[in-house]
Write a protein that binds this ligand. Sequence first.
Ligand SMILES: Nc1ncnc2c1ncn2[C@@H]1O[C@H](COP(=O)(O)OP(=O)(O)OP(=O)(O)O)[C@@H](O)[C@H]1O
Ligand SMILES: [Mg+2]
Length: 394
Amino acid sequence: MSNIEEIFEKYISSRIFKDREKLLPDYVPRELPHRDNQIRRLATILAPALGGSRPSNVFIYGLTGTGKTAVTKYVLRKLYEKAKKKIEFTYVNCRQNDTSYRVLAELARSIGVRVPFTGLATSEVMKRFLDGLERKARILIVVLDEIDHLVKKHGDDVLYFLTRINEQLSRSRVTIIGITNDLKFMEFLDARVKSSLGEEELVFPPYTATELEDILRKRAEEALHSDVLHGGVIPTVAAIAARQNGDCRLALDLLLKAADIAERMGSPHITLDHVKLAQKEIERNLTIDVIKTMPLHVKLVLAAIYLLEDENYRMVTTGAIYNKYTDITRSLGVEPVTQRRVSDIINELDMLGLINAKVVSMGRYGRTKVISLSASKGSIREGLREDIFLANIL
Ligand SMILES: Nc1ncnc2c1ncn2[C@@H]1O[C@H](COP(=O)(O)OP(=O)(O)OP(=O)(O)O)[C@@H](O)[C@H]1O
Ligand SMILES: [Mg+2]
């Protein structure tokens, strides 16, 4: 925290927060309840580095929000404190650095080798990194977090290079920790890389509701004043996140949003009502994000359904949607897709949970599919309006 913020913070006396930062996703807490096994195993695998020998590579996997990044950073921090100068560490997030060049440049920079942001051949960056590392005569522990992003986009040449690098080094050694939440990721890998990266494997199971409760309580103790939480809040937040694959990030996000809402409303407590509002806000953001990334014609079909609902159209059927959709394409001057494709898009939107398609019986006229919006109308409108093309017609 910068000085000026500290000065301001002291003067803002929050009734809810003792230290809001402690609920932010990047904060690595002092304790990580229910991850003792993973912490101990990772520490055991990496400990040989302290005695000067190369630890095995480790492949870490588990669903999103199960503590993979937090545990890895936690163990590495402890190891760093113990090792002082003897071991080098590099942490690269491969979603943020998603080209081979950028990952290699990060690695090189972390050991003090200067590499321009672009311009060199990757083989040249590899060479400089290798030479620089050899000169240092160190063990380097490389964390490649969200590694699937790198491999899916750019193949496994960096991994191939890193898993074989020890053959080319005599005074230094490299250990790789690869982390992913994509359980199918290993299929993308070359057999040799696969066996080398997976020398050791560490699985992070989803948290249960009770485990999430413990975690939330600990984080709340650090972040919130005592007695601001109403009784049911933590169990409710934990139960919601447990249903979403035990995602701790979601649990913390929900608690933080509820706390923010309580603060904004000037309430001295965080209540279940605040949790409900927070949940709505998260759903709204999710809806907007999903819509933003949809292809144009999927958005146009959704816009057609939105407009029909807005006009209180009686029976929103595939036919009615298609007519509305072609009206929109005509007014925008774009070529419409076929009715068959629109029908498929309606199914896709249903699967995304944005609309609800129900088959109803029309008596002697047979059966027909009736469509309605299922996500909130406001967030659908907001999501669609992010597209300047659509902003005018809504
Ligand atoms: N046992 C725990 N105790 C306290 N906080 C935790 C614990 N496990 C996870 N968290 C917190 O939950 C959030 C998500 O955890 P983390 O970022 O480690 O998940 P991840 O497994 O790396 O997920 P992803 O695959 O999406 O990257 C972080 O804010 C982290 O601090
Ligand atoms: Mg992570």
